[in-house]
Design a protein around this ligand. Structure first.
Ligand SMILES: [Zn+2]
Length: 378
């Protein structure tokens, strides 16, 4: 088996941690192991392999065990949380975190605090829907809103963002098509006209228009576009999150230079691997299922790599809330990748140097090239 412990990590999609005042909060610790809503029974969430896995990471790192919420609080009360957190991130060699600030856990840390708690460098991703929402106003004409939105995207790199993310899969689904200005304008008026601009944007025509108008700017600015796809919380209709639905959009823009990163993808990771294998500019990951489907990590990585070139697959955790979840993602992903390369179907064809090179690309270099334009050692 390859030993991948020394290879540094870029996490190209994750979220911030909950601040240290919650270090003794057992409920937050349990709930981060699932996408279930807050009404889902805590007792069931403790009956999973993933919960046992984060628990053992915390027990190993603290040298303590606990039975209940009071004992958990006791274990963490006296501990220097920044130190503890850094130890987990550094032992897994997290070098850079690409953070989606569109979702933060309650009491999420600032970017500076996150850097202090991880010793990693922090880069931000701009969420398109959040920007669209912040700029919308029932008094603002459609064309002004559109120009401001496109301006924000155009200046994103200058303002410190390294990519754009869309959660259209959560709203009207991934089946994007061109929409006319008139259709978009009518949709904008339906959304903002009744003074209900505070409700989430759910107008398909406006999404189609926004993404169709944004894509050429992203090509010009060399900014990658992330799409939430596949698995997420039950707000999403998972049927509409199949990345195969993006075909028309991919065909319109990827041959012209747009680079798309399909996030999460499970249970459509095989479909995502197929897309990466036939279209230029399509990249993907298997975050979220790794770590939350702890027992299937090896199978998922092997399926993701059935067709995809190694140059299109990236490590991400989609972790948030606490450092143990990041540690688990890194452990599971490295283990799954090592297992994939030890399979006779791979290892009998590929030299050790090549396998090392591919692992380095998946864990680090593909992301640094895609988002930061850095070229790896080659
Ligand atoms: Zn996420």
């Amino acid at each position: 088996m390859l030993d991948l412990q020394e290879f540094p990590l870029i996490d190209h999609h994750c979220h911030t941690l909950m601040d240290g005042s919650h270090k003794g909060n057992l409920e937050a610790f349990i709930r981060m192991t699932s996408e279930a809503p807050a009404t889902y029974p805590l007792s069931d969430l403790q009956e999973t392999v993933t919960y046992e896995a984060v628990k053992s990471i915390a027990s190993d790192a603290t040298g303590r065990a606990w039975e209940d919420a009071a004992e958990f609080k006791q274990v963490f009360r006296s501990l220097d949380y920044a130190d503890y957190s850094r130890q987990l991130f550094q032992s897994r060699r997290y070098e850079r975190l690409f953070v989606d600030t569109g979702f933060s856990p309650a009491q999420g840390m600032s970017a500076d605090d996150l850097a202090t708690h991880t010793n990693a460098s922090i880069h931000s991703i701009l969420r398109l829907e959040t920007t669209a929402q912040e700029l919308a106003d029932s008094d603002k004409p459609f064309t002004v809103w559109r120009d401001e939105l496109l301006d924000t995207v155009q200046n994103a790199r200058k303002n410190g963002f390294i990519g754009i993310k869309s959660i259209v899969a959560y709203r009207t689904g991934l089946e994007l098509r061109p929409a006319s200005t008139a259709e978009a304008q009518a949709a904008y008026q339906r959304w903002t006209g009744s003074g209900s601009v505070s409700r989430p944007l759910m107008e398909a025509d406006l999404f189609h228009y926004m993404l169709w108008e944004t894509a050429p700017l992203l090509i010009r600015e060399e900014l990658p576009l992330q799409f939430h796809s596949g698995y997420g919380d039950p707000d999403e209709n998972l049927l509409q999150g199949n990345p195969l639905l993006l075909r028309e959009f991919i065909e319109a823009f990827c041959p012209r230079g747009l680079r798309i990163a399909l996030l999460h993808t499970y249970p459509y990771h095989r479909e995502a691997g197929y897309l990466a294998s036939v279209y230029p500019g399509v990249f993907f990951d298997v975050s979220l299922i790794i770590p939350l489907g702890a027992s299937s990590a090896r199978r998922v990585v092997a399926e993701a790599l059935e067709l995809s070139p190694m140059s299109r697959f990236l490590f991400a955790s989609d972790a948030h809330t606490r450092p143990e979840l990041f540690a688990l993602s890194a452990d599971l992903f490295r283990g799954a990748l090592a297992a994939y390369f030890s399979d006779a179907g791979v290892s009998r064809h590929v030299a050790k140097d090549k396998m090392d090179r591919w692992c380095r690309m998946i864990l680090h270099d593909n992301a640094s090239a895609l988002y930061l334009g850095e070229s790896g050692p080659g």
